[in-house]
Design a protein. Structure first.
Lengths: 318, 60
């Protein structure tokens, strides 16, 4: 007679399926991680101090791991509302693939590992910034603001804005006006990006009782907010062009993308819900898609200018 | 009678193999970081106790 306890069949039976590695990987929000990797890498590469290629690789890896760890902790805390919202029902915890305890354990372990390893790979400032980012995303945004205030997205957006600042700190060991403006670019970009999404995904946030601006103040107020933040964003974006990391590619990109973004925000502001429903929120969806290109184009342009500078084609505006 | 759950064992094997590869990669990363840091004569912990000019150049 075999001793089944040796093979721990019971937990699998109670939990359902045995999770695969990819289920744990999904806990790290790979799509968000790709944005973190990209912006952190740009922040690192445009900095004036050169870094050894292997340390660039390891530093960006640990920044991404820290971002992923905070994603796992977010999924652990938000498992209840993830079960309600259509967009999040397939995440590993609501889908029954990974238990909440496993997500918590993985998130905490990877957070500690990522912060320690980044501090060793780069410097203490970068490690401390990563630790603060995880704390901000998990405690300030996920646990506190998200379910409490319609400004959740505004302040919570800071968590996603830190990676280029961390990348800059990896190279320089500090914070500067350039890294603060890169932070501000993502920070101010986040509200219009998410509010556009909330306009056409309204019912999801309603059912989960997340106080999205669309739910608490209505669509018209949200449209006004989108326009206001887009104007503020244009100022920030153009300001970055005149720092040491700006250049012709970035300035051209900022002019084109901000013009398009402002036109989109203006069109959204001029509409009401009836008009939006008439074309199935086409304008809002276009604006949301444009917002993804907006950020990608800005950071790519910063890279192009850094390359131009390294080849001696351009000395920058300052 | 105990029925073998092949699918579960496959999943578990796949997970263990993956974890093994991740651990090997992690060891490689720590080794690589050590070589770069020590080889470059850098002060890894920023203590100021490392002779960063050991290879004839001033370090970080």
């Amino acid at each position: 007679m075999s001793d089944t306890s040796l093979h721990s069949v019971a937990p699998a039976a109670t939990r359902g399926a045995e999770p695969e590695l990819k289920d744990y990987f999904a806990l790290l929000k790979p799509r968000v991680m790709s944005l973190v990797v990209f912006t952190a890498l740009v922040g690192l590469l445009v900095a004036p101090t050169p870094v050894h290629p292997f340390l660039i690789f390891t530093s960006v890896l640990f920044i991404a791991l820290g971002g992923g760890a905070s994603g796992a902790l977010n999924m652990w805390w938000d498992a209840d509302i993830d079960r309600i919202m259509r967009r999040t029902q397939k995440r590993p915890i609501p889908a029954g693939k990974v238990s909440e305890g496993e997500a918590l354990g993985l998130g905490l372990a990877l957070s500690g590992l990522a912060v320690m390893m980044l501090a060793l790979s780069a410097n203490i400032v970068a490690g401390a910034l990563l630790a603060f980012t995880i704390f901000f995303y998990v405690v300030v945004y996920t646990m506190w603001l998200k379910r409490w205030t319609p400004q959740n997205i505004v302040i919570g957006g800071a968590a996603g804005a830190f990676p280029p600042m961390i990348g800059w700190a990896v190279a320089t060991g500090g914070v500067s006006v350039e890294s603060v403006l890169m932070f501000a670019l993502i920070f101010i970009w986040t509200p219009p990006h998410f509010w556009a999404l909330a306009l056409f995904m309204k019912s999801d946030y309603d059912e989960a009782k997340v106080p999205m601006l669309t739910v608490t103040h209505g669509h018209d107020a949200t449209r006004r907010h989108i326009l206001a933040y887009t104007v503020l964003l244009a100022v920030t974006s153009l300001g970055l062009a005149f720092t040491s990391i700006g250049g012709p590619a970035y300035l051209a990109c900022a002019l084109v993308m901000n013009f398009r973004f402002l036109v989109g925000a203006w069109k959204i502001w001029k509409r009401d819900t009836a008009q939006a429903e008439a074309d199935a929120y086409g304008e809002e969806k276009r604006f949301f898609k444009l917002s993804l290109w907006y950020l990608f184009a800005h950071f790519t342009a910063l890279l192009v200018d850094a390359a131009l500078r390294s080849f001696g084609f351009w000395g920058g505006f300052s | 009678m105990i029925r073998a759950t092949h699918e579960m064992h496959d999943r578990r094997r796949g997970r263990n193999m993956g974890l093994g590869l991740i651990l090997i990669a992690f060891v490689g990363i720590v080794f690589g970081m050590t070589i770069v840091k020590v080889g470059g004569g850098q002060d890894v912990l920023g203590t100021g106790m490392v002779n960063t000019s050991a290879n004839g150049e001033s370090g970080q």
